[in-house]
Design a protein around this ligand. Structure first.
Ligand SMILES: NC(=O)c1ccc[n+]([C@@H]2O[C@H](COP(=O)([O-])OP(=O)(O)OC[C@H]3O[C@@H](n4cnc5c(N)ncnc54)[C@H](OP(=O)(O)O)[C@@H]3O)[C@@H](O)[C@H]2O)c1
Length: 290
């Protein structure tokens, strides 16, 4: 019996190129432009998805203590036998941890669970605990964020965390860290997708060479059946997911698509097409409610 083996490279000829692209960080290191997101993955799903992604050529993975899958991500990294320096692993200190000692302990815990020599990038997950983020609390955590930042700075000085940054920070939160610590975060990981492009914080970051990592590029799947996007994706001969990921990519951001399916993981990196400037304008004007 004849068996035909079709390699992923054969199905998606251009995806490897995109996966190798990087942006410079202002601390002298480089960050890949696409990473596999792992939020809402069980440990088994995270292990399988990370293994598939690395096999497919992904070199960057985004996890967090709060995702409760760091140990599975670390196991997939180790079992891949990829050279550690060829991969870029990001994790995060939970939004609820807002004191120095707890942050130090938490960073140790991430090391223990990931069980890899070093973490490429570690972020403060959010400027406030999630329940306060969700109800728009005005309580200020400036002093507490500085304590967590100090713990991250020390981990960086130890060489165990290579780069440090933040997530979900607005311009005031960023001002606080920058003015009081004298160190500029290398990235701000924020929600950016068609219908949600927070230009104020993106401009602020651009001026300070803070790279934007776009999370939820497909709005956690909510954009997949959006009629105008379905029509535009058809025009380009791509899927809605690819259109959404390419949109964030053309904005000049690092994109973090999540999928638990091998086929989609490969497809999400096959974004070597160009959205016209007219269509980029249309996508930029779409509102979240459309
Ligand atoms: N810093 C933060 O506060 C924060 C917050 C949210 C997210 N993030 C990061 O950003 C990552 C991405 O965001 P997200 O997880 O919210 O979601 P997302 O990437 O916007 O969308 C993921 C959803 O789309 C589906 N999907 C993915 N590719 C697809 C394709 N090619 N065709 C059809 N369906 C597809 C996935 O389903 P399947 O899995 O079933 O394929 C899943 O339901 C997270 O995983 C996490 O790493 C960070």
């Amino acid at each position: 019996m004849l068996t035909f083996i079709i390699s992923p490279k054969h199905i998606y000829p251009n995806y490897h190129m995109i996966l190798q692209q990087t942006y410079p960080l202002h601390d002298g290191r480089f960050i890949p432009r696409i990473a596999l997101g792992t939020w809402q993955m069980s440990p088994q799903q995270a292990y399988d998805a990370c293994s598939e992604a690395i096999k497919a050529g992904y070199v960057s993975i985004d996890t967090a203590a709060a995702y409760e899958n760091e140990s599975a991500v670390g196991a997939a990294v180790r079992d891949s036998h990829a050279k550690r320096e060829t991969l870029f692993i990001t994790s995060k200190v939970p939004a609820e941890i807002k004191d120095y000692d707890a942050a130090k302990k938490q960073i140790e815990q991430s090391f223990r669970l990931l069980d890899i020599d070093y973490i490429d990038l570690m972020l403060i997950h959010a400027p406030k605990p999630w329940d306060e983020m969700h109800r728009g609390s005005t309580r200020n955590y400036d002093a507490e964020n500085l304590m967590v930042w100090k713990a991250l700075q020390e981990a960086q000085q130890d060489g165990r965390v290579k780069s440090i940054g933040v997530s979900n920070f607005n311009t005031d939160d960023l001002d606080n860290i920058i003015s009081k610590s004298g160190q500029i975060p290398v990235v701000n990981q924020i929600r950016v997708h068609v219908g949600h492009v927070p230009e104020d914080v993106m401009d602020y970051c651009k001026q300070r060479q803070i790279q934007i990592m776009s999370y939820a590029p497909i709005h956690t799947g909510r954009l997949l059946h959006h009629e105008p996007l379905v029509r535009m994706a058809e025009k380009y001969g791509v899927s809605v997911a690819q259109l959404c990921i390419r949109f964030d990519y053309q904005l000049g951001t690092i994109v973090l698509p999540k999928s638990t399916h091998a086929e989609r993981i490969r497809q999400n990196a096959d974004i070597d097409f160009e959205i016209s400037s007219e269509d980029m304008q249309l996508l930029l004007r779409m509102s979240e409610k459309e």
